[in-house]
Write a protein that binds this ligand. Structure first.
Ligand SMILES: NC(=O)c1ccc[n+]([C@@H]2O[C@H](COP(=O)([O-])OP(=O)(O)OC[C@H]3O[C@@H](n4cnc5c(N)ncnc54)[C@H](OP(=O)(O)O)[C@@H]3O)[C@@H](O)[C@H]2O)c1
Length: 331
């Protein structure tokens, strides 16, 4: 029997619980992994609320990514020896003591890379890496605006854009401003919207990264310079404001339709991480290499045991601190 989280229906935090269940042996071309840490992110919240794009219906086990050790190979799986430390973007199922995943989605974690740091980069930092390096192609001298500078993905975007030589502005809760200033960003409060006129006064942004969506994308678009790009990557406004779920598709269509107004010179994109993208494994390898060589250190905001999974949901976006939240699956 293994312990695993289970979303039993769409709704509030009471809809996620921990259950005990048997797990089948890995099928052909699958690998069974004992999970040490899984990532915890906005996807957990949106899957529980039933607003994640094309998601499974309950009951299901969430857990978008993990680091753990191989315990068994299905027939045809030969790449990893038993005991090898591996990472995976699983999308579902990682908040469980054991998981079966297709071998092709596993990557071994290099010696010397901390398991918590490795877990944080699989989703949060890979998303940021793809957006900074490819979607927006941030370069030295660029001016960049990041919503939720202290969030898991937001902080990663800020750090990677700064490493590229950009000047970074953004929004964050007031209690996080001092730390963010020390780290090299210029933070503004979410409320008051002072950032809009301040960014317009600079001449506009080369890139804006926005996980909030809806009205926030209108505001973000208004601070772009000619030639600048708005990268949307989430629709978190309802989850953050505790309001009813809203349909995502019209908002995304509106975001992308702005590209038809080509004479403004402003561009818009929606970024979505995919483990089937030709870039995914090489991006993750690049991030592991930054960790292994000490050029990157990833802040971990909280490590919450699996048995407290409801607390992880309650505290999401509320807690003190900066960076990624992890679930400790094996205690
Ligand atoms: N498209 C993709 O491929 C992809 C991949 C990964 C994640 N995502 C999306 O990225 C988003 C962020 O996820 P995450 O895991 O980085 O979340 P997170 O670390 O929990 O960050 C959420 C942030 O929301 C901020 N926040 C709190 N109140 C706010 C408000 N009123 N207005 C604006 N922001 C507020 C918090 O900022 P303070 O710390 O300042 O309070 C917190 O840092 C989610 O929408 C997720 O679905 C998308």
């Amino acid at each position: 029997m293994i312990q695993k989280a289970l979303i039993t229906g769409f709704g509030d935090e009471s809809k996620i619980t921990v259950v005990q269940e048997e797990i089948r042996a890995p099928s052909a071309n699958e690998v069974q992994v004992e999970v040490d840490f899984s990532g915890f992110s906005g996807a957990d919240i949106n899957m529980r609320r039933g607003t994640y794009p094309m998601q499974k219906k309950p009951p299901f086990t969430p857990g978008y990514c993990f680091v753990g050790r191989v315990t068994a190979n299905g027939s045809g799986s030969t790449k990893f020896r038993i005991g090898t430390r591996v990472a995976c973007l699983s999308i579902y199922g990682a908040e469980a003591e054991l998981i079966n995943v297709p071998e092709k989605y596993l990557l071994s974690v290099p010696e010397g890379v901390d398991s918590q740091q490795a877990t944080a980069v699989i989703l949060d930092w890979s998303t940021a890496y793809g957006m900074v390096m490819r979607a927006a192609r941030v370069e030295a001298g660029d001016k960049v605006f990041v919503h939720g500078l202290s969030g898991a993905v937001g902080y990663a975007v800020f750090t990677l854009a700064k490493m590229q030589g950009a000047t970074v502005y953004g929004t964050a809760s007031g209690r996080k401003h001092a730390d963010l200033v020390r780290a090299g960003a210029t933070p503004y409060a979410y409320s008051g919207k002072e950032w809009i006129s301040a960014m317009q006064a600079t001449g506009g942004m080369d890139a804006v990264f926005d996980p909030l969506g809806f009205e926030s994308w209108d505001e973000s678009y208004s601070i772009l310079r000619e030639g600048g790009v708005l990268v949307g990557y989430g629709l978190n406004l309802p989850a953050l404001s505790g309001t009813a779920p809203r349909p995502a598709l019209p908002a995304v269509i509106k975001l992308l339709a702005r590209n038809l107004v080509f004479w403004t010179g402003k561009r818009t994109k929606f970024y979505f991480i995919s483990r089937d993208s030709k870039h995914f494994l090489s991006d993750l390898e690049a991030l592991f290499d930054l960790l292994r060589t000490g050029r990157l250190s990833v802040p971990i905001k909280a490590v919450i045991p699996l048995r407290d999974i409801q607390r992880a949901h309650r505290e999401w976006s509320q807690g003190a601190g900066i960076g990624s939240t992890l679930i400790q699956v094996r205690e």
